[in-house]
Every structure is written in C-alpha cells, then in structure tokens.
Ligand binder design. Sequence first.
Ligand code: SF4
Length: 221
Amino acid sequence: MGSLPMLGLYEELRKNFGYRHWWPGETEDEITIGAILTQQVSWTNVEKAIKNLKENDMLSLAAIADANLPELERLVRPTGFFRQKARRLRNFAQYVARTHGSLGIMFRKDSAGLRKELLDIDGVGPETADSIMLYAAGKRIFVIDAYTRRIMSRMYGTPDDMGYDELQEYISSRIPGSTKLYNDFHAQFVELGKNYCRTKPLCDMCPVKRHCSYYKAQMQG
Ligand code: SF4
C-alpha cells in the first residue's frame, strides 16, 4: 500500500489544483438532477442537458415530475441513454413529490435512512446515491467513482475488484473529517483522474507522482 497518508495526498492535490468548489450546481434540485444524468456519460454532455432544462424552465424536480416524457427525452438527449435517463429522472422526481413533497424534507432523514431510501429508488446506484447525499444533502459520505477507484488502485494498491462499500470504508476510515473535506477530496480525485490519472496515465506530468506506487514501480521496472 502507498506510504503517503490520505490526508497528505489531499493536501498535495489541493496545493496543486486549489479548492474545487464542487459540485457544479446551484440548488439541491440541480445537483440531484446532474447526479442522475451523469451516469455513464461525461460531465460536458450533462452540462448541455442542464442548459436545455434551464432554458425550458425544467431545472427543478417539481417541473420534471409533471413533464411530458418525449419532451423530457428531447431535453436530456445529450446525456446518452436518454430514454432511460428521462424515465429515471421523472420517476425520481415523482417519488420525491409523492413521498416527501421536496428534497429539503427528504434530506432531513439521517444518513443511513436516506441512503437506504435512495438506493431503493429505481435507477439509483451507490455512486448516484452518495453524490446526492454528499453534494445536495450535505451528508458526510465519500463518493466512489471510476476516477477514485483507478487512483486508489494505482497509488495505494487497492484491488480493482474491491466492492463499492469496502473501498468507501477503506477511504473513510483514513480521513476523519468534515463534509467539506469529503466534498473537496472527491473533487480533487476527479481533477487528478481527468487530467493525469487517465486510463493511459500521464505520470511524467502528474503532481503527485513521487508518492505513487504505480509510478515508482514503472520507474524501477
Ligand atoms: S503518477 Fe501516474 S498512476 Fe500515479 S496518480 Fe499520477 S498519473 Fe496516476
């Protein structure tokens, strides 16, 4: 496993990338909509869909709950799998309206109860649930995405097939801290993964290469 404590890694990343101000989104509704739309697609495409929704006064769960499905499909088309995404989004919005009335009320639940409830909604997996919990509801939970998985494997040697909850526990147990820290730490991983720790990593330019097991092994090999 890597030698740099995880908090040290965060500090190094933050020094390089600055505070990330994540998640891009102004309201609980917008963040939640983005978290559902970003499944299996790049954020650039999600931005196009968010812009479409905004321009058509549909960037709220209340509006989406009443939306006409073909119209919603048209607006979220840039996100790929748009029929499935439109259905999931409307289903989610209708669930919130029916069960709680608003996200604000739903988010009053404790973390364990809220996570269980989110995971029971059709189309909401752990990454989506945790993104909603951390970035929209302000709960302290670490989001595991493909970038996190790849960086952890390369820097700390965590197995590629480590379960979602297990990797989440591995990271959380090493970074006691605030929601704000969890929020920014995940955003730093996204920045590192997007710019350097890609599928084909750009190790020579990576700001944390001196701490990375993968890089050191490549140098020795
Ligand atoms: S040194 Fe290479 S493998 Fe390690 S974190 Fe940076 S880009 Fe990824």
